[in-house]
Design a protein around this ligand. Structure first.
Ligand SMILES: [Zn+2]
Length: 127
């Protein structure tokens, strides 16, 4: 079936010619659809334009807030800083970050104590 206006091939599955909007008589005969009035022809199909781009924002989660590297370094230099930051983070609901600060300060503090004990033993052995 060819379009009587523009001569393009019609599938018979669409009510109108996809090129010029002329009603497809085969479709009208088959489905009994009334051809749309001329004012509705050549309306560009809906949803041809993609919806406006929306960046996917990661949902902010306090519990999952990662620990800050700067505070971890501070915790290594001074375990008390990490301990205080850990408590502050936990009290603010930043469980992951708070636990990291506390763990870093605990490990550093343990290493510090071990170092002091080692020095004390060395000093005792030397005297
Ligand atoms: Zn046509």
């Amino acid at each position: 079936m060819k379009c009587e206006t523009c001569g393009s091939k019609l599938s018979g599955m669409q009510p109108n010619c996809p090129f010029c909007g002329t009603p497809d008589p085969q479709f009208v005969r088959r489905y009994g659809a009334y051809p749309p009035p001329p004012s509705q022809r050549n309306i560009p199909p809906q949803n041809i334009y993609r919806p406006p781009y929306q960046p996917i924002m990661p949902t902010y989660s306090k519990e999952n807030e990662p620990a800050e590297a700067a505070i971890i370094i501070f915790s290594i230099i001074c375990p008390l800083v990490g301990f205080i930051y850990g408590l502050i983070s936990l009290s603010h609901g930043e469980i992951r970050a708070g636990k990291t600060y506390l763990a870093v300060s605990a490990i550093t503090f343990a290493a510090f104590i071990l170092f002091i004990v080692l020095i004390a033993f060395m000093a005792a052995a030397l005297t």
